[in-house]
Write a protein of this length. Structure first.
Lengths: 87, 481
């Protein structure tokens, strides 16, 4: 099965992002089954690694003003968080 | 008196086509960057508005790009000659919007095309609309780039229409900046948030062009009534499905919901009106949606902010400048006009004045920088009545030759600004702080007359009869223009 791809914006120093421990982040789905949902954002708890092969899915990194980093990281999404109250 | 106007975006599209200001694109276009790239190039080259007939993944939807990115299109929107010069458009705008506001009228939902389709509950899903990924690197899909948000003051009932960008976060959520000094910011952060009450909102996409012009205008008149003044007749509104708000009946898409107090979600970055991606991704205001209503075969409107000129720059410059003109005229200042250069991304206000007394430029700057709109700009250039305020070359010439590098420049420190100023230090952006500056391009009145430099131009240093003779024979000499 093809890897799923996500991206996230890192607003702090890239070096300060903790690897291999549970962190909260917002990811955007770049490969949804229904293409209309591309870039859908979700709060998740995930494990991330600078190694592209460590976790099952690919995670592209962008900086605060959208600059895409050359090499992707990897990510394992553990669970989605429902932080926005239902209407 | 009714002025020529278009009741909806569809009539406006026909008018653009009739005036060669439209390119209809039958080829399928991808909402993911391709559409944005086309609109961006159109803005940079000042081309006709692109009308997208087929959008990938979204059959039945269409899009109009850069609807009002040129003065020609603004003139068409106002029912004027597309070749009307800017001063003529300005005078017509001021004429129409001076006097009594024209209240809107409410129509039956049966007569409101925006109610042709209603999505509620789980069906009210923002991804069912073709929100474009406008620029590579944006924080999300900006469904709302040429639109307005309707909100109501909970105490006074005063209505506000304003263009507040909105990024799709998930099926039910949009996010965007609502700056505290904006009209909606004062309402939401000043009244709803302290009461911990959600604020009902309605986003209007694909409105008639004059409603869009009104939503950009910094006038104290409620925008629905201001639209009526521009049209010369009441704008037709219809009640929302889920809240006590009213929206233009002929708009293409309406998104209803609530702005949530005390909740912030990361928004941006976004290619902004300054021509940069300046304000960082940050926690911003959250819109939770309830219902979407739309016309059959809806046409979304797409603005692509970036380097000049897009409609945000053009219309904000146009209406902000004219609001400053009203302000100065109301104070009896002997001005010849006010023009805000769209190329300055509405950062530069140019004021022409008959220098009736010393330091009149300072008085003008004090008034302009004291206005409620002043966080949106930081430079005032005051020129004398020998300078054409609409001519960039003349303004640059005046700036370079008449503005003394010491006494001609006055700084206004500790001013309010916006987080969007590219030149501002990061900390100043964070706190919306700025510095403002006056360039006084008038010669001091106390100079002896014999010491005042004489402007050397065709119009100024030749006798009238010589000018007339040369102009009469111009083509005979072999020149075309």
């Amino acid at each position: 099965m093809a890897k799923k791809e996500y991206d996230t914006f890192v607003l702090s120093d890239l070096a300060s992002v903790p690897e291999e421990q549970e962190i909260e982040l917002i990811v955007r789905d770049l490969t949804p089954a229904d293409r209309r949902y591309k870039y859908r954002s979700t709060y998740v708890i995930a494990l991330v690694s600078r190694s592209e092969s460590k976790y099952p899915d690919r995670l592209w990194i962008r900086l605060g003003r959208g600059q895409l980093q050359e090499k992707p990281w990897s990510v394992k999404i553990l669970r989605e968080l429902d932080k926005v109250p239902k209407g | 008196m009714t002025h020529p106007f278009y009741k909806d975006n569809r009539e406006f599209i026909k008018a653009l086509e009739a005036n060669s200001e439209l390119v209809t694109i039958q080829q399928e276009v991808d909402w993911d960057l391709e559409m944005g790239a086309i609109v961006r190039r159109v803005c940079e080259k000042k081309l006709a508005a692109p009308y997208f007939k087929r959008i990938k993944d979204y059959p039945g939807f269409e899009a109009l790009g850069a609807p009002l990115a040129t003065y020609s299109r603004l003139a068409i929107a106002m029912g004027m000659n597309p070749k009307a010069p800017v001063p003529e458009i300005s005078d017509e705008y001021v004429r129409r919007t001076t006097g009594n506001p024209i209240p809107s009228v409410l129509v039956d939902p049966k007569n409101a095309p925006c109610k042709e389709n209603i999505l509620s509950g789980k069906d009210a899903d923002l991804f069912k609309l073709p929100g474009p990924m406008v620029h590579d690197g944006d924080g999300g899909r900006y469904l709302c780039t040429w639109h307005f948000v309707v909100a109501k003051d909970p105490d006074t009932g005063m209505i506000n229409w304003g263009m507040y960008r909105q990024m799709v976060f998930d099926e039910k959520t949009m996010v965007g900046p609502v700056l505290p000094f904006s009209d909606m910011g004062k309402m939401f952060y000043g009244k709803y948030v302290p009461r911990n009450k959600p604020m009902p909102f309605a986003t209007v996409i694909g409105c008639d062009p004059l409603s869009g012009v009104a939503a950009c205008a910094p006038s104290p008149i409620p925008e629905d009534q201001f639209t009526g003044m521009l049209m010369g007749k009441p704008v037709e509104l219809v009640k929302c499905e889920t809240c006590d708000l009213e929206v233009p009946a002929h708009a293409e898409i309406i998104i209803e919901g609530e702005v949530i107090p005390n909740l912030w979600i990361e928004e941006a970055p976004f290619g902004e009106y300054t021509g940069y991606r300046t304000s960082p991704r940050e926690p911003r205001t959250v819109y939770r949606i309830k219902t979407i209503t739309y016309r059959n075969n809806p046409i979304i409107t797409v603005s692509n902010m970036g380097i000049p000129t897009d409609e945000g720059q053009l219309l904000r410059s146009f209406s902000l400048g004219l609001e400053m003109r009203r302000l100065l005229e109301s104070q009896g200042m002997p001005i010849t006009g006010v023009y805000m250069l769209p190329e300055s991304t509405h950062h530069i206000v140019v004021v022409g004045v008959r220098p009736a007394y010393s330091n009149i430029a300072s008085q003008i700057a004090n008034l302009i920088f004291g206005s409620k709109s002043s966080p949106w700009f930081h430079m005032v250039i005051v020129v004398d009545d020998q300078t054409d305020i609409y001519n960039k070359d003349e303004i640059i010439h005046a700036l370079a030759t008449k503005c003394h590098p010491m006494r001609g420049i006055r700084k206004y420190e500790h001013a309010a600004g916006t987080p969007l100023y590219p030149f501002a230090d990061p900390e100043d952006r964070r706190w919306s702080r700025s510095t403002q500056i006056l360039f006084d391009c008038t010669f001091p009145l106390h100079w002896p007359k014999s010491d005042v430099p004489i402007k050397v131009s065709f119009n100024n240093v030749y006798p009238k009869e010589i000018q007339e003779k040369v102009l009469k024979h111009w083509k005979n000499y072999g020149f075309k223009d």
